[in-house]
Ligand binder design. Structure first.
Ligand code: CMP
Length: 584
């Protein structure tokens, strides 16, 4: 049984265990993450019973990381980060520096070298995006000032870790691990070779970032719009995933940039498109599923015997993660003259380690830098600190309350100026974002108000219509449709008025009405001239889009066909009446 565990068995058993234990964790008021990790431990090779395929699980985990970082990128807001940079950048970098130094100290105490210390320290210095975002959501704090500072802080930490992931392989040889293939050279030239590799790596990352920043925002939203216009939901989801995984894989192959960085940039680039919320909603289920597998596979790597083998080291690691890093974060926030409350929220919110620590630890082991025991300690620290996080958050709140009652004026005044300035800036950004959303909502609302017939299609289809419509305008006297021409599209009048020129009578159509449907439905020629009698704005649905959209909305097609039939009958009876008048 142990040898032949295939992909489906690994995924199925992983999901079943994760679902059951995640539910149990939730009942115990713990983050479900803890359940996933424990599920991993149970199906890992260190515990008896079913053993899933570790190699497969780690590949699935990599998918999880790619999708996770893609999600982080999708929600990344450059303007938010710029607004909170004053506290997030020095805070994150300062904390990484101090925590890494302490980590190196711990490593020396455990008898390891500098390379191991560096990987160990860095792994212990970065908080978990998943855990923080979940906690913020639960407390309804995602949009609060403290919440946005915490997210900004975390993004800076993540970016620093991505850089560490990229730089570690070329530096491995120098730090006492297996030299990277590219940097393995004769002893004398080793320094130059490493410097060269390092420069090349940075150059590649720069080239990739440049491409992502300058070309991505032009190409990706264009592709998304193009695909959205086809109206096929699965094609849209597929394209979102193809872009995310394609950029992640491509950047790793071409530029040697990590999957994680590639996926992050794919998300950032996609967040520029106004379809990003749909992309986010579409990729979320897959992202959730694979991030569960990620945590399960991390659990599989964990050897629980470390808890008995070396309890003192586990406690020391935990003290660094929860106590020392919180004190450092709190101290930096106060030093930068931001409020005590913010310091405590950030300290408590970021008092755990997570996905990046696992990735970094895994890389450290594979480069021969970090001993297995180091990875076990990091995993133990992560699992325990994530489990304890709800308690730490409660402690933070309690401390905040007692400080507020012990020193009311100090806790109110300290850092107030910086805080007020920051909250004003963030409020402006939020209003701008809301304004943009409102604009879009308004557009949809106007569409339905002007053309009530669209109220019967789903909101997604209404959005699709907005993408399909081509705006067109006409001045008074301009002929919009000529009798006898082939039908190029159907016109919806959003403002102004036109006259349909029938043989001896003109029919006036105003805003809210449509014309040009007959030729499209019959496949024949235009039946009349249509001339603008006012300044007009139209929404043109081109023939191809008309056919596609109507095929998927039979009720709408029926309504339009009915109108066309009524008009034809009216024209026929008018003609008959005229002919009989002529005859008499
Ligand atoms: P189509 O034949 O494509 O181009 C001319 C358009 O005039 C036609 O589609 C109808 O949309 C519109 N039209 C024709 N007859 C009438 C009518 N009696 N009342 C209103 N609109 C009409």
């Amino acid at each position: 049984m142990h040898q032949e565990v295939g992909l489906i068995a690994t995924v199925a058993v992983g999901f079943v265990f994760a679902a059951v234990l995640g539910y149990l964790a939730d009942r115990l008021r713990l983050p479900p993450l803890v359940g996933y990790l424990v599920a991993g431990i149970m199906i890992g090779s260190y515990t008896p019973g079913f053993v899933a395929d570790g190699e497969l699980a780690s590949q699935l985990a990599e998918m999880g990381v790619i999708l996770l970082m893609f999600g982080v990128g999708l929600h990344f807001s450059t303007s938010d980060l710029l607004a909170v940079r004053g506290v997030a950048v020095p805070g994150a970098l300062g904390r990484i520096l101090f925590a890494t130094l302490i980590g190196i100290g711990l490593a020396f105490w455990l008898g390891w070298g500098l390379g191991a210390g560096l990987v160990f320290g860095l792994s212990l210095s970065v908080a978990s995006t998943v855990v923080l975002l979940k906690a913020l959501e639960e407390q309804n704090m995602v949009d609060s000032v403290d919440g946005r500072v915490a997210v900004g802080w975390l993004i800076v930490e993540d970016l620093a870790m991505v850089l560490a992931l990229v730089l570690l392989p070329p530096l491995a040889g120098l730090l006492g691990g297996h030299a990277d293939a590219a940097s393995g050279s004769a002893a004398g030239t080793e320094g130059i070779a490493i410097a060269l590799t390092l420069a090349m790596t940075l150059l590649k990352v720069g080239a990739f970032a440049g491409m992502a920043i300058f070309i991505g925002p032009k190409v990706v939203p264009w592709v998304l719009t193009l695909v959205a216009r086809t109206g096929s939901p699965e094609l849209f989801t597929l394209s979102v995933l193809a872009i995310a995984l394609g950029i992640a894989f491509g950047s790793a192959e071409i530029f040697g940039v990590s999957f994680a960085l590639g996926a992050f940039f794919a998300g950032v680039v996609m967040s520029e498109s106004h379809l990003s919320h749909r992309a986010a909603a579409d990729s979320l289920p897959l992202q959730n599923a694979f991030s569960v597998l990620f945590f399960v596979s991390v659990g599989m790597l964990f050897d629980p015997s470390i808890l008995v083998r070396d309890p003192i080291a586990v406690v020391a690691v935990l003290a660094l993660i929860i106590v020392a890093r919180s004190v450092i974060a709190f101290g930096i926030v106060l030093l930068l003259r931001y409020p005590i409350g913010m310091g405590l929220s950030i300290a408590a919110g970021l008092a755990q380690i997570g996905e990046f620590s696992f990735i970094l630890a895994g890389l450290g082991v594979s480069l021969g830098l970090l001993p297995r025991e180091g990875q076990d300690l990091i995993l133990a620290g992560a699992i325990l600190s994530i489990t304890l996080n709800p308690l730490v958050l409660l402690a933070g709140e309690g401390l905040q309350k007692s400080i507020r009652s012990a020193w009311p004026s100090l806790s109110k005044k300290y850092g107030k100026r910086n805080h007020d300035k920051l909250s004003r800036e963030l409020a402006i950004i939020q209003t701008r974002n809301e304004e943009r959303n409102r604009q879009h909502q308004l557009e949809m609302q106007q569409l339905i108000e002007t053309f009530p017939m669209f109220a019967q299609v789903s909101e997604d289809s209404q959005e699709e219509l907005l993408l399909l419509f081509r705006p067109k305008s006409a001045s008074p006297g301009e002929r919009v449709v000529r009798a006898g021409d082939r039908g190029d599209g159907m016109y919806f009048i959003s403002s102004g008025a036109v006259e349909v020129q029938l043989e001896d009578e003109n029919v006036r159509l105003e805003a809210g009405a449509f014309f040009g449907e007959m030729a499209l439905l019959s496949g024949g020629r235009r039946t009349a001239d249509v001339v603008a009698v006012d300044f007009c704005e139209f929404l043109l649905l081109e023939r191809r889009d008309f056919n596609m959209f109507m095929a998927r909305h039979p009720a709408l097609r029926a309504a339009v066909s009915n109108m066309a039939r009524e008009r034809t009958e009216m024209n026929v009876s008018r003609r008959r009446r005229d002919q009989s008048l002529d005859a008499t």
